[in-house]
Design a binder for this molecule. Sequence first.
Ligand SMILES: Cc1cc2nc3c(=O)[nH]c(=O)nc-3n(C[C@H](O)[C@H](O)[C@H](O)COP(=O)(O)OP(=O)(O)OC[C@H]3O[C@@H](n4cnc5c(N)ncnc54)[C@H](O)[C@@H]3O)c2cc1C
Length: 506
Amino acid sequence: MLKSDDGKTVSYWEASEDLIKKDSLIESIETDICIIGAGISGLTTAYLLTKAGREVIVIDDGLIGGGTTSRTTAHLSNAIDDRIYRIEEWHGEEKARLAVEAHTKAIDEIERIATEEKIDCDFSRLDGFLFKADDGEDDLDKEFEAAQKMMQVERVERAPIKDFDTGECLRFPRQGQFHILKYLSGLAKAVEQNGGRIFSNTRAIEWKGEDSPEVKTANGQTIKAKSIVLATNYPIMSKMFAKLPAYRTYVIGARVPKGSVEKALFWDTADPYRYVRTQEEAEHDVLIVGGKDHRTGQEDDANRRFANLWQWTKTRFPMAEEILYKWSGQFFETHDGLAFIGRFSNSEPNVYLITGDSGMGMTHGTIGGMLVSDLILGRENAWQEVFEPSRLATQSIKEAIPEIVSSTVPYVDWITGGDVSSVDGIKNGEGAIIRQGASKIAAYRDENGKLYQRSAVCTHLGCIVRFNSLEKTWDCPCHGSRFGIDGHPINAPAISPLGEIEESSN
Ligand SMILES: Cc1cc2nc3c(=O)[nH]c(=O)nc-3n(C[C@H](O)[C@H](O)[C@H](O)COP(=O)(O)OP(=O)(O)OC[C@H]3O[C@@H](n4cnc5c(N)ncnc54)[C@H](O)[C@@H]3O)c2cc1C
């Protein structure tokens, strides 16, 4: 099995469909459009542009689809998870209507592409149900009032969950679900059939726009292009980190008897909310339940979070027999509920970005592909202003302040001691921060006892990284940069590896 570089755990999608490996780019080339990042955002953009006859090169520093896309739960929804009434409050009714339309059209687009390209990706239409959580807000009335003005929605007595009475809830028809990696394989194949070229293990380390746009790769190649698309989840070499707080979210996949759970999407109103769907297997179904999010790098208690998700699941879905899959992943929020999609800046009009996916990155990534390809092709797109990256945060400053404070508090790690006093205190399979004079070291000992040591200083803005003991990565608690145990960068904003130090013997 080819495994994503994103972390140690294996998602259901990775376990059931191989990630795709392509050749690395080993020569400098010229193209019409260079897309950095081969997740759902990058490949959808590539598909639509190659379909329109444009010359496209996609590069990814890992395997195709091996980023956040391989960690998703692949709900396809237009019931915006920050709530439609909030989107209306922050952006006004017209923009809220356009945002809902964009998510609706994104589901249609995925269905259209899957049908047209004959991608067998388990796509299906189904209802979505939003119900009040015991520990959640009671805002269903407000949501109904706002949503009914712009989409199909109805109040129903309860969600169709056999052993659990959710109480009155909202039903959103014509939502969708699919197997993301099967879809992405099909999309990659279609891009290549249309003449596009895709390279994996090709890391972009620099780009420039203006008069002569180009991308430089870690192995010394240059890609000259008329347009560049940053589809790297967090846009590399951007200063958007204050607008994009990073979160980690957790998922379990449990065996349930075939057909015992209604095929639908379920979400509750807890904050963070729980998200539930099923996936059919030959002998049984898999009940996929996610939630328990926290700011990246600020907690390291995955087992407690999985146990909590399992207890919640067993109480509501007693047919759940055992946990088959456990994984986690990272996503970036925006302060106003909508992704940032469009031109990078006025001074670099030929560079585009797709980011701020939040829990709706399957549709946001698809909207990104549709909107960015229209901009490049010079077509009008009614959603341009809604997702404009340079828009000011419309969320009230009172709501945004805790997020900003949360990004700066971890700087105190500079003055605290280490987790252990020396590497001798680190057991096999564990990582810890060690203070050495004025420096801090990120030390990890693998299952065979081999010791890895790097500087613990995040190469983005100098926070001290923290160990993620579930995924065996070093995560920055300030802005969500992540690094492998050998220090290689996994998630921007940082793009350089953790610094080298002189290794002491183990
Ligand atoms: C657990 C979990 C559950 C989720 N559930 C849902 C859901 O149910 N529905 C939904 O709509 N959304 C969901 N999301 C969100 C959604 O999965 C993501 O928003 C989406 O996959 C992001 O896709 P992307 O293409 O923008 O980014 P990615 O998939 O991360 O792709 C970016 C790519 O860029 C590459 N890259 C990065 N830096 C470089 C570089 N310097 N050079 C070259 N390549 C680079 C990476 O290797 C990666 O492959 C979930 C997310 C998580 C974590």
